[in-house]
Design a protein around this ligand. Structure first.
Ligand SMILES: Cc1cc2nc3c(=O)[nH]c(=O)nc-3n(C[C@H](O)[C@H](O)[C@H](O)COP(=O)(O)OP(=O)(O)OC[C@H]3O[C@@H](n4cnc5c(N)ncnc54)[C@H](O)[C@@H]3O)c2cc1C
Length: 284
């Protein structure tokens, strides 16, 4: 296992990528350092700091939002760019991450891509259909949902994520985010994000994602397809929840057994959907 010997401060994206490459693959990027700080042994010889290379901006670009990968979760929480009704659920997700102290160090890029199993942001960004901009590898962008597969992200090893980009949801969308944890500041047992558009009394479009209770965060596509065009009714929602939970690969670990999680995920999915259509509460 290597021991950490150096900390480099590049001035640009190109310099950061070159610095990581120059030590024959023994260097790694560091942003907030909160995830690396949890590691018993940092798996690099040296770290390349990406907080001073211009990846710290949040901006609206036409119908898209672009978030620099080194923006802290705390910066997101106070960004006027995100202070619109359609993104209120994203703000709920942001404010559910750890404590203010951690949010002020941890970056959005780090939370999405470090593979931290209890990360709260992936579910919210999955329903936003976010993509990541990359530097230092052949591919320029990748969908977050593809990147979350470790087999895919391993293939992009040495690549730097520079931005998170997503289209602003249409103004008639309603979103909900629920984090369910044992205490206010604990890591999640369940994260649920939902974005719904209605046409009259029917579901026009439904996007639902789950985090922290399956091996990887995922979109519940069977449920989404089932609901499209259906009437907004409690029995329809119950059928959709049944369909979604049938074959879910639910975790079974020290934080929660599979039987408990399977039952709770159904309850929370129903609550999340009903809250998104204005028929119930959407808090923890
Ligand atoms: C006490 C504590 C409580 C926590 N609670 C929560 C919680 O409730 N919810 C939650 O979601 N998270 C929680 N976290 C996790 C925290 O949010 C993540 O660790 C953090 O978001 C990771 O971001 P970072 O900038 O600190 O990453 P770093 O530690 O700097 O990096 C993590 C990994 O990602 C790589 N990396 C980082 N940025 C990039 C990039 N742009 N491109 C390529 N590779 C990159 C690094 O090389 C490293 O391997 C907690 C962490 C701690 C320490």
């Amino acid at each position: 296992m290597p021991t950490l010997q150096d900390f480099k401060r590049p001035q640009s994206v190109a310099e950061a990528v070159a610095m990581v490459r120059e030590g024959s693959g023994r260097g790694g990027f560091v942003a907030g350092g909160t995830s690396l700080g949890l590691a018993r042994m940092v798996p690099y010889d040296y770290l390349v700091d990406i907080t001073g290379i211009g990846l710290n901006e949040i901006r609206r670009d036409g119908e898209s939002v672009r978030i620099g990968a080194a923006v802290t979760i705390g910066q997101l929480a106070i960004s006027p760019v995100l202070a619109i009704g359609e993104l209120q659920f994203l703000m709920q997700a942001v404010l559910s991450v750890a404590t203010r102290q951690i949010r002020n160090m941890a970056t959005v890029g780090g939370d999405l891509i470090s593979g931290y199993p209890m990360a709260d942001l992936p579910a919210a960004f999955l329903v936003l259909e976010a993509k990541l901009s990359l530097a230092g590898v052949d591919q320029e962008t990748i969908l977050l949902r593809d990147f979350l597969d470790p087999a895919v992200s391993r293939g992009l090893n040495g690549g730097l994520v520079t931005e998170i980009i997503f289209p602003v949801p249409p103004p008639d969308s309603r979103g909900t985010f629920i984090k369910f944890a044992r205490t206010e500041n604990d890591v999640a047992l369940f994260d649920l994000a939902c974005l719904v558009r209605l046409k009259g009394d029917q579901f026009e479009e439904v996007r639902v994602a789950l985090g922290c209770t399956t091996p990887l965060p995922l979109r519940l596509t069977a449920m989404e397809e089932f609901l499209q065009g259906k009437r907004v009714q409690a029995k329809v929602v119950a059928q959709a929840v049944e369909l979604a939970t049938q074959d879910l690969p639910i975790l079974d670990n020290i934080r929660g057994g599979r039987t408990y999680r399977k039952q709770m995920v159904g309850v929370l999915l129903r609550r999340t959907l009903l809250a998104s259509v204005g028929k119930g509460g959407g808090s923890r």
